[in-house]
Each structure stands twice: as structure tokens, then as C-alpha cells.
Design a protein. Structure first.
Length: 234
């Protein structure tokens, strides 16, 4: 996404950028990456917001012309369409599940996409999402987090060569009882896959039936001493 011309950010844009830091707890580098702008600029806006001077920034700058704004929208809209497609591809598995699953997906995607944009794509409210964040984790959620760590450890311990069934036995040997279907689901969520070994490929076939050329020279090579090869013709 192209940057807005230097020093010509609208008041509303500055306010939304500051919200990424204050309300969504993003780091300055991450906010800068999302907005395609220098983190130091956002940091200056945050400082101005804390002193009540954010709305004074840019008053001396002329506003963007209609042509400049239209050019910015023309470049921004394709980027938003691509981002929406990427989010839907990653969240397709939770669209038919409950709203809690969508909230959890937002938590996974928030480091890569603006939360406000993800919420709109997944059709959830901001108030519902933030209320869900403030709730204590359920027993199953706590178990899920522990299992994710156990499965990651087992995956590393088995040199990334075990499938769900063999991982189930390895986990059981280490005191973790869990079904293979749940292991498979968590592995897919974490993107864990077995290392694939290359299959042995036969390059010769000693049972072929093609004609063999006669040995017309009929030579016999004999070695009598090291590094002293003598050949005799039959």
C-alpha cells in the first residue's frame, strides 16, 4: 500500500493510528508496518495525544486535493481487497462455527492485519470482541494451550517424523493423554507436518531382457602391486 504524501495525514487518520497503539496494544514497529509509515511518526502522534495536542498537528498543512485523495483511494482499495481475501482464506474454517471461534481467530490474525478490518470481515462487533478478551480462559482453553506446547515439544522430540497416531503414543509415554483426532486438529492449527523422506529410486534393472553386446576385446585386468596396474589381453 502506498504512503499518503508526507505531512498530509488527515486528523481522522492520525486518531485511528494512535488507537492501534493505545487501544489495541500494538508495538510501534508493527503499527508502522501495517500503515506503511515511519514508527517515529506514530510515536510523535501518541505523545501528542497524551498531551491533548494531536488535533493541532497538521493545521499548517494544506489539505489534500480531490485528485490526490482519489489517487490514494485508487491505490488503497486493491490492497484492501487482497487483504480481505487473505483473511477469508485463513479464517474459512471458523466462519461456520460460533462467535467465540471468530474471536480466537482475530487474536491469531491481529499481528498481521488491523483488528478493526478483521472484525468487519468476520462480521463480529468490537464490543463483543473486547468483552470476550476480558473473560477468563475456560478450562478447555487452558487445556488447549497446554496441549499446543506439549505437541510442539513432542514434534521436536521425535525429529518431526511422527504422525498423529505415533505422537499420541509418545505423549502417553510422557504422561499426556489425548485423542489422535485432537492431535491432528492442533497440528493443522500450528502448521506442523512430518518431514518427508525421499523414496528409494531404482536406477538399474538386472533382470532386463535387452540384448548384450559381446566383449570383443576380452580383456582381463589384474593388479600385482599397489599403484601398479598391468593389463593382459586374453
Amino acid at each position: 500500500m502506498e504512503r499518503i504524501p508526507r505531512g498530509r495525514y488527515t486528523k481522522e487518520f492520525r486518531i485511528e493510528a494512535v488507537k492501534l497503539i493505545i487501544e489495541e496494544n500494538l508495538s510501534l514497529p508493527e503499527a508502522g508496518r501495517r500503515l506503511n509509515m515511519a514508527p517515529s511518526t506514530i510515536n510523535n502522534w501518541v505523545k501528542a495525544q497524551k498531551t491533548g495536542r494531536l488535533t493541532d498537528i497538521g493545521k499548517s498543512q494544506r489539505p489534500l486535493t480531490d485528485l490526490e485523495m482519489e489517487l490514494y483511494r485508487t491505490k488503497r482499495e486493491p490492497a484492501e481487497v487482497k487483504m480481505e481475501r487473505d483473511i477469508l482464506n485463513k479464517a474459512v474454517g471458523v466462519l461456520c462455527e460460533g462467535v467465540a471461534a471468530r474471536y480466537a481467530m482475530i487474536n491469531e490474525l491481529r499481528l498481521h492485519y488491523p483488528v478493526s478490518f478483521v472484525k468487519r470481515v468476520l462480521s463480529v462487533s468490537a464490543s463483543g470482541y473486547y468483552s470476550w478478551q476480558d473473560r477468563p480462559l475456560s478450562k478447555r482453553d487452558r487445556e488447549e494451550m497446554r496441549l499446543e506446547l506439549e505437541i510442539k515439544a513432542a514434534h521436536r522430540r521425535t525429529r518431526q517424523t511422527y504422525g498423529p497416531e505415533r505422537l499420541q503414543h509418545d505423549l502417553a509415554e510422557n504422561g499426556v493423554r489425548v485423542g489422535s483426532c485432537r492431535i491432528k486438529r492442533i497440528r493443522e492449527k500450528l502448521g506442523l507436518r512430518c518431514k518427508q523422506k525421499g523414496k528409494f529410486k531404482v536406477t538399474t534393472d538386472s533382470r532386463y531382457r535387452l540384448p548384450v553386446t559381446d566383449n570383443l576385446l576380452d580383456q582381463h585386468f589384474k593388479v600385482y602391486e599397489p599403484n601398479n596396474y598391468l593389463s593382459q589381453s586374453g
